[in-house]
Structure formats: C-alpha cells, structure tokens
Design a protein around this ligand. Structure first.
Ligand SMILES: [Ca+2]
Length: 493
C-alpha cells in the first residue's frame, strides 16, 4: 500500500516538474576526505573533482554511514543506515529485495538508468531476486590499459558514452559511475614511477613515516588520479551533449583509504570522505559548505531533485534546500551530528564474527562505542584480515610498537576524539572529558533506539548469523561455511 501511494504521489509530482535534471553519481572506492586537490593535498591531482566542486559545492564534512564497501553502498542506495538494512548491513551478504533503492524509484517515474563499474556490493543480489545490480543495469563493455604497467581497467567514460548514445532523448537519466579505483591492489612503485615525489607526502599520524608507507600512498594517489581522469571525460561528454547545466552531479567515495586504522574503522580516515556536488542550472557554485552531511542523505536529495516526495523508509534528509542557497560555511543549523557503524567486514575472526561498533560525529568530537571490546578490531592475529593486504599493512604488522598497537590492538568500549585538534584520532579522551562523553553516549543511544538498531536493542547477534557469500578463510577456524547462516548465532527474526 505504501508503495502504491508513493508511486501515485510520485507520478503526480513528477509530471509537474518539466525540466527534471539528469543525475550523475560518481563514486570512488576507498578514498579519504583529504585526498583531493580541492581539500588541499599538494601531491594528488584531481582537477575534475575540483571542477565539480567549483561549479557547485565542496562539502567538507561529509560522512559515509559505514567504513566498508557493501554496507556503505547499500546505505547510499536506500537512504538508510546499516542497522536498518539487515543482511545488507554486513559485507558480502545478501541484499534483501524488499528495500527500496533510489535508481528503481527514479526509473519508475521515467528515468533511464545505468551503471558502470562497481555498484552495490560486493553482495549477493541474484539469490535475493534482483534483476541486476541494485544500482542499475550494467554498461561495462570497454576496458583500457591503465598506467605504465598496462594493467587493464574499466573504461568508465567510454561506457558512459555508450549509455548516453542509447538513452531515449526524451527521458532524463541517472548514471552510476562506480570506479574500482583506488581500491587495492596497487602496482608497487607506480606512483613514484609516474613522477610523484615521496618527500611531499603527508603521512597520517597513525601510520609510521617510512619509505614503504610513502611509496604506498603515492600508489594510492595514482589510482585516485585514474578515477579523476575518467570523471573528466564523463564531464566533457555531458558538456558536448549539452546536458551539463541540467545534470545534478555528486562525486564522492564509499569509505576511507585502504590503510591500517582507516578503511573498516570508524575513525575520521575511515568515514570522512570527499564530496563535491554540482547542478549548474539550480545550485549556485563556487561554495564550500561545512554542514555535517551523511551519505544516506543522497537518496532523498536525488528523489527531491527528480520531483518525487520524500520516501518514508529513508532515514536520510534531502540536502537540496541547503544546496540551493548562496550561503557558505554552516548553512543548515539542524545538521549538528551524523552517525555511522560497522558490523562484519571481511571474514576476519573465528566463527565469522564482525567487529560491532557505532559512532556519533558532532562538529568537534567523534564518539565511538565498541560493542565487543574483547574481539580484535582488525581481525584475529596473525592475519588481521579486516585490513587489505599491502605494503603499509606489512610494515605495521611487523613493527612491535605504538603503530602496531594503534591499528591492531584491542580497543576500549568507548572512545572520544577532539577532531579539531586530533583528526588522526590518536588520543582517546574518553576518560578525560566525562561530560562530553556522557552527552555523546546519550545522543547516540537515543538515535540508535529511535532507528531500531538491533545492536542497541540487545539482539545485535543477528548480524553475526548472516551468510557471507564471498570466499572464507578456513585457517581462522570455527564456523567458515560460505553462503550459510552461522548456527551459533542464528536467532529468530
Ligand atoms: Ca570501498
């Protein structure tokens, strides 16, 4: 009934919106907020991210709801947080068909939709009954050599051109450009080989400052630049087709950089991501906005731009009103906090357990609640499989010092960081600022309760029962059966 009412209202509204915009959603894979030229990095070159930010808005405080690929993407598609997504709140699990995703809603009111590269996932859509990736039908024909080692990658821009040529001209379109970059693996030394200077890299404080780590960061930058060049060609195609002015463009990532204590962690480098938004016809450009924005706000924003009513199942709030103003800095006074969380990421612990935690980020502080502090946050030793393998991980694992402890050691039940002073999240102030801690704890609990998070309601083990549909690691012991519910944690719904 809800669905029928929504569609009836949607069609009526959509019919009254004659110049509905096209929507281009360009998402990189594993990129932290500081790593664009627009954010002030002097080594990585992202002229096309910057071009979107200049044409529109650079959102400097924009956060994914999860520091891992699949739950973050499911959250973007549904406008919900990971604790509202059942299996889709964990990595490489099912994506239940019952959840409404914005590309489908757009298609139902006349949008032509398509996808290249990485959409939702990794997740099992087929067994859940989806006809294709929830992000859209795939346009994935073209590959191209990437960089000096001739590694082949998707030519997203060529795929976009195919999509553009095939679209019915009378329809607005939605296109999801899901770059596989800068996800690992990298070609070791590719950044330096391309002429990038390791001496200029700013190494985050939680990583040891070694030549291996600097070189690894340069390789990561090289991958970001591949995404940016592809984005540039897509923008050129839009311009050539005369569609640039009436296209709402969002460029962002899905979770933070694939380095220890970043991706798969609720720290700043795990959830604070780049975001640039433009729509030349409707959004005044050349602005920087500092509101706290959640990636679950994108879906409601797209629906509003397309003339649709708010969707009741979506927890995010449209950004459109704030984007349409000419204001900079703090625009919407009500955006005082965002939330994020994680459950299972890789198969990294005995019995396929996750590392359950939730975070509240306010303008000054980041509060983290670790629900199972007895577990290993990066995965059981010696694999630490919640960190993707690479040179920086090897360095951190092999050192037996504070860097090892920061990334791999167990963590207390509560953490609190003063982000203005400590964006690398080095000094836990949970014991030192009691009042701030209590305020944040209370605020987070209230939000999670209101949103029905099983983890705060005492039934969070359900997340550990969900099947993993990607390969598992028998060397971790315990329950490790791919595609099966974990009998030890199976709870009735
Ligand atoms: Ca990712």
């Amino acid at each position: 009934m809800l669905r029928r009412q929504f569609l009836a209202a949607a069609s009526a509204l959509a019919a009254q919106t004659p110049s509905r915009p096209n929507i281009l959603f360009a998402i990189s894979d594993d990129q932290s907020w500081l790593h664009t030229s627009a954010a002030g990095d002097n080594v990585v070159k992202t002229p096309n991210f910057d071009r979107v930010a200049k044409a529109g808005v650079l959102c400097r405080n924009s956060f994914s709801t999860c520091p891992g690929c699949a739950p973050s993407r499911a959250s973007i598609l549904t406008g919900r947080s990971i604790w509202q997504l059942e299996e889709a709140g964990t990595h490489a699990s099912l994506f239940p068909r019952k959840f409404a995703v914005f590309p489908d809603l757009l298609r139902e009111v006349g949008y032509y939709t398509g996808l290249t590269g990485k959409g939702a996932g990794p997740a099992n859509f087929k067994d859940a009954g989806w006809p294709h990736n929830p992000a859209g039908p795939a346009y994935d024909e073209h590959k191209r050599p990437k960089g000096n080692l001739e590694v082949h990658a998707d030519d997203y821009a060529a795929n976009f051109d195919t999509f553009l040529a095939q679209r019915p001209k009378e329809k607005p379109f939605f296109f999801w450009l899901g770059s596989h970059e800068p996800h690992r693996g990298y070609r070791p030394g590719s950044g330096a080989a391309a002429g990038k200077d390791p001496a200029k890299v700013r190494v985050p404080a939680f990583l040891p400052d070694t030549q291996e780590v600097r070189s690894d960061i340069l390789d990561y930058y090289e991958e970001i630049e591949y995404f940016d060049k592809q984005l540039g060609r897509v923008l050129d195609s839009l311009e050539k087709a005369g569609e640039l002015a009436n296209t709402l463009i969002v460029v962002c990532g899905d979770n933070g950089m694939s380095f220890p204590r970043a991706k798969a962690n609720l720290y700043e480098y795990g959830i604070h991501l780049p975001t640039a938004i433009a729509w030349p016809r409707a959004i005044p450009g050349n602005r920087v906005v500092d509101d706290l924005i959640s990636f679950r706000d994108f879906a409601p924003t797209f629906l509003e731009a397309a003339g649709l009513p708010p969707h009741k199942a979506m927890a995010g709030r449209s950004l459109l009103a704030a984007l349409r103003t000419r204001r900079t800095g703090l625009v919407d006074a009500s955006r005082t906090a965002i939330t994020a969380g994680r459950e299972r990421h890789s198969h990294a612990r005995r019995d396929n357990l996750g590392y359950p935690c939730r975070a509240l980020r306010t303008r000054q502080y980041l509060y983290i609640r670790n629900f199972a502090p007895d577990l290993w946050p990066a995965g059981d030793p010696p694999l630490y499989a919640d960190i993707d393998n690479g040179p920086s991980k090897t360095v951190v694992v092999n050192r037996k010092d504070k860097y090892h402890e920061l990334s791999l050691g167990k963590r207390p039940a509560e953490e609190l960081y003063d982000i203005g002073r400590d964006p690398a999240c080095m000094e836990n102030l949970a014991g030192a600022r009691q009042q701030v801690l209590e305020n944040h704890r209370r605020q987070l609990e209230a939000i999670l309760r209101a949103e029905g998070d099983p983890r705060i309601l005492g039934t969070g083990d359900i997340f550990d029962s969900y099947p993993r549909h990607s390969p598992m690691r028998p060397e971790l012991g315990g329950f490790a059966e791919q595609g099966k519910y974990n009998p030890a944690y199976q709870k009735p719904r």
